[in-house]
Design a protein around this ligand. Sequence first.
Ligand code: SF4
Length: 490
Amino acid sequence: MKRIIYIPFDHLHRKFGALKDADPKKDVIAFVQSARMSTGRNWHKERLFFLISSARHFAKSLEDEGFTVEYLKAATTIDGLNTISKKHKQLPIICAEPSSFRQFDALKKHGVSFVDNDFFLTPRPLFTQWAGGQKSFLMESFYRAQRVRLGILVEAGKPTGGAWNFDKENRLPPPKKYVGPKYLEHTRDEIDKEVAKELGHNPTKNWGTTRKAALAQMKNFFDNHFGEFGPLEDAMTTDNWALHHSLLSPYINNNLLHPSEVVSAAGKAFAKGDVPIESAEGFIRQLIGWREYVNGMYWFLGPDYRDNNQLKATRALLPLFSDPSKTQMNCIKATVTDINERAWVHHIPRLMLLSNLALITGTNPQAFLDWMREVFIDASEWVMVPNIIGMGVHADGGQMMTKPYAAGGAYISRMSNYCKGCSYNPKLRVGETACPFTTLYWDFLDRHKEAFAKNHRMSQTLFGLKRLSDLPELKERAQDVLKGLDKGLI
Ligand code: SF4
C-alpha cells in the first residue's frame, strides 16, 4: 500500500524511524517547514540555518534515491500535510512518534499513525518501567542500569576501570593559554547558500548540514579530541570556545547521527587503548546516561511539568541574556557573545553560568526556558524542559534533582579564566565590586531557607548561611544588584 511518510526535522536518518522500511516505489516523503518553526519565535538564525539546511539536504538525498519528496512551506505542519494529502489522493500518513507533546497531539488529532520512536537507545515504555520502580529518579541509578543493559564499559557485571564514574578526574580547570587542535570547518554548498539567503543570515563554518559532514565531525572528535575530553569537560576559557567537546549534539538531536553510531564509535576508539577511561566514561555517560534519562523524564513527567514554578520565581528575563552589552560580568558577557556567534556553549556555561544566574535572580522559569530553547542549536523541547525546569532552575521542587545547582563566584573563578578580566571580585559578597554571583548566591539561599530546611543535602550550606556576619549588608547589596541587572547596568 502507498503511504505518505512525514519526516519531522529531527528524524533525519534513513535507517531509523518511519524511513527504515520505506520503499521509493511506494512511499511519498513529506517535509513541512512550518512558519511556526521558522518565524514563530525569536529563533537564533544559526539554529534555523542548521535545522532547515539539514532537512533540505536530507530531502535531496531521498530524492536522489528515487523517492517522491514533497518539501512544503506552510503556516503549520498540519496545513502542509493537508496540501500534500490533497495532491496524493489522501494516502494514509505515518510518522515515527514525534519528540514533543505538542507535535504528538497535533499529529494524532490529524489521524497520523505512529511507528515507535527508535531515535533513542531506550524505548519509552522501558524508561517508564524503570521510573515507575524508583523512589527518587537518580540519574546515576539509571545510568548504571543502562551500562549493564547495553553491555557498555562493563566486564563480568563490573564497571570497566573499577568505578562507575570518574567525575573527580574530570574537573580540571582550564590550562593557561590553551589552544588545542583546530575545529573542523564546514564548507557551504548551493543548498546552504539558498537557506542562508532566505534567512538573511551569514552562517559560521562551525556546523555541517549533511550526513557526510556529521560523520566527518564525529571522526574529527574521535581522532583529535576524545582523549582529552574528560578531564577538561567542565572547564571554561576565553582562549578556546569548545575545548575538547565533541560538538555532536546538534547532529544527534536532529538524527543526522543516531546515538548508537556514536556510542559504537566511542567503544571502538576506547578499545584501541589510547583513550583514558575517564574520557571514555565521561563521554559515554552523556550519551547512554544523561541524554536518555532526560528524554525519558520528559515523557514520564508529562506535559504539565513544563509549567512548574515551585520557587515562585517571577523576575522578567534579564536584558543581558539577549544583549551582552547589558552587563559588566565578564563570564556572562563572554558566554552570551559566544551564543550570539554560533548558538552553542558547552554544558557548564549553560548550567553554572546561565541557569545559575536565572536561579539565583529568581527569573521566571518559563521565560528563561523559552530563551534557552530559542538560542541553542541543539535545544529540542524534550532536552530543554527537564534540563531547565528540573536541573537548571530547580523549579520542580526537587522532583529530578535533590538540590539546586546554585553557586557563587568561587566555582566560576576555579573553573574558568573569566574572573581575571572582570570588574567584579569573586571573593567579595558585599560592596560595589562584589561578584554578583557571590552576593546573589547567599541571598538566594536566605530567601529560600525555609523551603530547603528539610533537605539534608542543603544542611551544610544553610549552616554556612547562618554564620554570615554581614548578612544584612549582603541583602542590601543583593537588592542593588538585582535592580542593576534589571536595568542592564551590572
Ligand atoms: Fe563572573 Fe563574578 Fe567572575 Fe565576574 S567575578 S567573571 S561576574 S564569576
